[in-house]
Design a protein around this ligand. Structure first.
Ligand code: HEC
Length: 460
């Protein structure tokens, strides 16, 4: 992980002004855009901050970046940019984009010194971006099946579901999935998953003893699922196994979404040696979140590209959804705790985590409790943001034994202090619309290979 160019200004400061040492880097040494700042921006920011990508402004040239110097400084010093929401005390993640302290110091010094350009000859070459498929040439491309018009000006946020038949006539293992928005200006995010029959209608109606299982879910006038208002209230789903879940809803041991397009998220290239199965004849279900702030009608035809695996993988990638459905968030409540617990029935290796809530989501913690009682935090997202639903991919998989409990704890802010709150006067329950809430801890894993005595002892 050597990034020599960022260390340079610090070294320079130390050489020239040893008295000031590293805590005031560049307080004397001139820091310039061309030599010191551009390399940091090119590597860490330009992927989003370039023309036609998701960020509001390009940071590729001095002219682009100069007016933003003060806000760039603030954004990096406060670690708002690059976006990343995991508490650094827990877990090591392969996709952690955070800047190093020296890089922050360099940008800060640059802005404070008046954001000088320096010598344009020092500029590194501009990074090249691949506007084609990032996963490589797909083996199959499927789109949402229509040119969808996004012109409901009165509704800034619109969630639309499309179910399409990919015409896969045999079981197909995929190892990489990329969602490509048809119109980046209006597609806020998109998910695609295998359309499973896990719907309200298809859930079992009776339990193993023949007793009826109540159905607490209905479809609203837009066809979106919601919890019935008179469903029982369970805030603590850890009092019994998977206690916050809907009765009769199997603990999902499936694959979760095949892929997601989220602000700044890389396409889903699954960890080497793993893959997900699209069964023959399965349909694909897209969820598109549109946000048309342009003012003129737009159309979108989002696509998904798949790279096939050559053969069934050694380790299919699976996902457990520790989800709570039966919670209730009272109006004005600023810190409603909701939790759910599930137990692994076999030895597994954890690969990634996603926290999913809507606008009232405040924080989420993922913990495990091992059979020996040892409890540890895997991931803490202290300031959840609906706009940045990142996947946290572990640098090294975490091995957990059969009988280990996964504990997911969330807090919701339904008060008027939450600036994203659509309506603090509403009692909020589970539902697909973003004005309702969800509480999902998604954990990807593979079945664990048999433990070799020495191999995993260092794994916390
Ligand atoms: C993953 C994509 C992504 C990356 C990487 C990224 N940004 Fe951003 N940035 C955005 C988006 C989207 C916005 C606008 C929405 C927001 O503020 O969340 C933004 C907003 C900003 C803003 C404006 C904040 C304001 O005051 O309105 C600044 C400044 C900024 N980014 C600087 C940076 C810098 C510097 C880096 C690199 C160190 C960086 N960004 C990396 C996507 C990104």
């Amino acid at each position: 992980m050597s990034r020599p160019y960022c260390q340079f200004p610090i070294t320079l400061a130390l050489l020239a002004f040893p008295v000031f040492a590293a805590d005031t880097p560049g307080s004397e040494a001139p820091v310039t855009f061309s030599k010191d700042v551009a390399p940091i921006l090119y590597k860490n920011c330009a992927g989003c901050h370039r023309p036609n990508d998701i960020a509001p402004m390009s940071l590729l040239t001095y002219k682009d970046a100069r007016p933003w110097a003060a806000s760039i400084r603030q954004a990096v010093v406060q670690r708002i940019m690059p976006p990343w929401h995991a508490d650094p005390h827990f877990g090591k993640f392969a996709n952690d984009p955070r800047l190093r302290d020296e890089e922050i110091a360099t940008i800060s010094a640059w802005a404070k010194q008046g954001a000088k350009e320096g010598n344009p000859a020092d500029l590194p070459p501009q990074p090249k971006f691949n506007d084609d498929w990032k996963i490589g040439k797909p083996d199959a491309i499927v789109d949402i099946g229509q040119d969808f018009k996004v012109d409901r000006k009165s509704v800034p946020d619109e969630y639309v579901y499309f179910t399409v038949d990919p015409h896969f006539t045999k079981d197909t293992w995929v190892k990489a999935v990329e969602l490509r928005p048809g119109n980046r200006r209006v597609v806020h995010h998109a998910h695609v998953w295998i359309d499973t029959p896990e719907t309200a209608e298809s859930r079992p109606r009776v339990d193993a003893n023949g007793n009826p299982i109540p159905n607490y879910v209905y479809k609203d006038e837009y066809g979106l699922q919601r919890l019935k208002p008179d469903a029982p209230v369970i805030q603590n789903g850890c009092l019994k196994e998977d206690g916050g879940n809907l009765p009769g809803r199997k603990l999902n041991d499936g694959t979760g979404p095949l892929g997601s397009y989220l602000p700044g998220k890389a396409p889903d290239a699954y960890p080497p040696g793993t893959a997900k199965l699209i069964p023959a004849g399965a349909k694909l279900k897209f969820q598109l979140h549109y946000n048309n702030t342009i003012g003129s009608p737009q159309t979108d035809r989002t696509q998904v590209g798949f790279i096939f695996a050559d053969r069934p993988p050694e380790h299919p990638l699976r996902r457990v959804d520790s989800s709570a459905y039966l919670f209730l968030i009272p109006p004005g409540e600023s810190n409603q705790e909701v939790s759910n617990c599930t137990t692994f029935q076999k030895d597994v290796m954890l690969m990634s985590y996603v926290a999913h809530m809507h606008f009232r989501g405040k924080d989420m913690r993922f913990e495990i409790e091992r059979p020996n009682g040892q409890r540890e935090t895997l991931l803490f997202v202290p300031h959840y943001s609906f706009a940045w639903q990142q996947i946290y991919r572990l640098q090294d998989p975490v091995r957990v034994e059969k009988g280990t409990r996964l504990i997911v704890t969330a807090h919701f802010d339904n008060s008027s202090n939450n600036k994203w709150n659509p309506d603090p006067t509403k009692t909020v329950r589970w539902g697909e619309p973003s004005t309702s809430e969800m509480m999902d801890g998604w954990v990807e894993y593979i079945d664990a290979p048999p433990a070799k005595p020495s191999q995993f002892t260092a794994q916390r």
